[in-house]
Write a protein that binds this ligand. Sequence first.
Ligand code: ADP
Ligand code: MG
Length: 646
Amino acid sequence: MSAPTATSQTHAIGCSHCEDDAPAPTGARIRGSVTAVAAVLVALACVLSYVAVSPAWVSALFVTAALVGSIFPAQRALQGLRRRTLDINALMVIAVIGAVAIGEFEEAAMVVSLFAAAQWLEAQSIDRARKAIGQLLEASPVDVLIREAEGEHRIGIDVVPIGALMVVRPGEKLALDGLVQSGRSDVNQAPITGESLPVEKGEGDEVFAGTINGHGALVVVVTRRRTDTTLARIVRLVETAQSQRAPVQQFIERFAAWYTPAVVILAALVTTLPVLAAGQPLDVWLYRALVLLVVACPCALVISTPVSVVSALAGAARHGVLIKGGAHLERLAAVRVVAFDKTGTLTTGIFSLDAVIPLGAATEADAILTAAAVESHSEHPIAAAIVARAIADGATPAPASNVRALPGLGVEGVVGGSAIVCGTPRLFSERGWMTPGLEGLAASVTGKGLSPVLVARDGVAIGVLGLRDRPKADAAQVVTDLRRHENVHVAMITGDHDAPARAMASELNVEILKSQQLPQDKVAAVQSLRREFGAVAMVGDGVNDAPALAASDVGIAMGAMGSAVALEAADIALMADDLSKLRYAMRLSRATLDNIRVNVALSVALKVAFLVLAVAGVATLWMAVLADTGASALVVANAVRLRRFQ
Ligand code: ADP
Ligand code: MG
């Protein structure tokens, strides 16, 4: 990933007042105490100025406070200069030197203390928004109870090998990914999926690090080492997500790049022009120029986007929606059409074999068993249904060899010396095996809303199978809501036959249908949708839909937990298999853009107002710093609301 890290990002902006890269803890502590010393000195000086102590002493205290407080800004200003950027620290240091030079000791000290306090406050709030994601996912146990032949004992999480038996007691958090070997329990997966109901887990089920075991005890075979768990992968993705800047943000950075030097030049003009041209007093205009410098830092503006984006990402993660960067969030808000994959996305992907038509000399059992022999090697959900039916009928499919998947078409292999092919009518047409009679039978199956699978032995059809898939319970509702409330077009892209696909599309209230699409055609389908309507979000299960996900403007993977491919391929991953989160994500993306607009407007308006006041000589230095801190605080407070967006 070429995007710079969060740290370099703030540097590029040239305003480290708003720096959100937390310094090392000790550095922060030193900075905190230096700030505190400066603040105490200021307070002391203030008190002393009321009791009759010689003004020289008070001034000395203020100057000391200003010097102490300036140490860190000066250090950062120098770092900035080395990178050839003039940041707020440089502006601050110039302002303090100037204030001391014109004898405004009290103001110099005040400005420095307020500035330090502002920096500290900001670092705290941004940090908190950022940690919200981390907290969600962290706190996995440090050691793991392992069962071995000689008994149970705890070992460090980092040294647990794959294949070890992990004992998970009721109420414990799972430390690693694995498969349940024995035991039954309800597992709360909310920390990763946002799903509120616990999921039943039993023998053979996959369980994930970071989830919380319910009432039963489980023995789990560890399948991934600590650094490879789904949880670890999510954490890594979230980290890179934060460095992916939204286009709005890049615009603001370009703006800041010319803005700071422009302000310095303006300040120089304010100092010199009235004095040279109109014989005005130097100290008055110098002071105004200094105020101008401090007022000018576009801190609130610069943090307006990242704070909103980070808050939104944190809120989304809590709902089990993993968004891999601000750019995707921004693009999602512009989406005009949502294209769904059918099988496994809008439908359950659990097929049932509802029609069997044997042909020629073949019997019903013959057709099913022959198909099951090759299908037992296929990953396709249709295959699972055919094999399940054969087993339910009490038969064991014969072994098959040379099995080959024909993506989007079917599967072929050799069984008992004969070449067996199972697949779509299209596949049979391509092979030249289609007859009018076979066509009619396929049509009768599709007429019932079933997906047809033709079975051939050595090029001769021996059966027509009809399989039914059911829509997910909330699919129709989600599609309708998206069309009605989010004002997007909804399309379905599927490799399935036209007739069953059309039946499903009308049942689900889908507007646009693209059927009989081979995996490679799905990319073209996405592109044609984009030409017709605008930005496309493609929703798929992420495995065979990967090319289409990549071709779309925003690729959204369903049920990404457990599927590394899906997690990697998509821009947005819905961790649980929950379609309704889609609408949440779209609403969140729009709310985030609105939030950013409010933040930008707010900070620009305050900035302009104070710039005018500064040049007019109404604003004082400490008012300037206070205004900037206030604007930043408002922006942060506004952005943090996104974390609780529902
Ligand atoms: P979708 O786009 O709905 O996810 P696929 O692209 O995976 O569908 O498959 C398209 C069609 O190809 C299926 O509807 C089915 O008719 C056929 N097909 C794919 N794989 C198999 C298989 N293993 N056995 C039989 N038919 C298959
Ligand atoms: Mg699919």
